[in-house]
Design a protein around this ligand. Sequence first.
Ligand SMILES: [Zn+2]
Length: 235
Amino acid sequence: MLTTLGFVISKKNVKEFDREYCFFTKKYGKINLIAKSIRKPLSKLSAQLEPPSLIEIVFVPNSEKGLIITALAKNSYCSIRKNIDKLKIYNRIVNRLDDLSITKQPDEALWSLINTSIKNLNKYSGKIVELNFSAKFLKIIGLAPNMSYCLNCQNKITDNQSVGFDKYQGGVVCAKCVSPKSINLTSQVFKSINILINMPFKEIMAKELNIPIEQRSGDIKKFFDEYIKQTKKYF
Ligand SMILES: [Zn+2]
């Protein structure tokens, strides 16, 4: 038997009374496990496996899908559970992780990011937590966008200019090189994206940089969504 901490990414009913769960776990990365008889009326397992809980899972491994023996919610994250917007953000975060991670590949940095992101989601505004997750996630998987030089003329780009984002090439172009194909980013949005990529979450909160970032959260989210959509094609 093996034991690990994990978060539920998704679940689906299988056979008459069983359910298959996909978890992102601390020790084993993304794994699929079966919970036997979980849909029978007296099953106690179901309540322990409700997202967004941090769950201690005990299971028997198998070459395909292991079997869950017991599970215990270590933290049920009540303020996410009670808030429909935060629950949606939880889902978007784990789906993003699911999309761009490989099964059965443990990753300490990714675990640390998801673990602290859910903890932060319970405590802080969901918008800043989601944007921070996207930025740090891209950095960990080695796909952070190039924000330093213009892709076209190679000139250094400074924080105080507006730029274009070329989603096809995954980088920015200076004001002189923008084309109709690129997405316009104001200097403030550009600066916010750089802060999210480079500054630890705690420092962003301590310096109250979350306030200007949240004011532009719509544009910043659009940037990350477009960028990741494009990146996914090469994954
Ligand atoms: Zn240029």
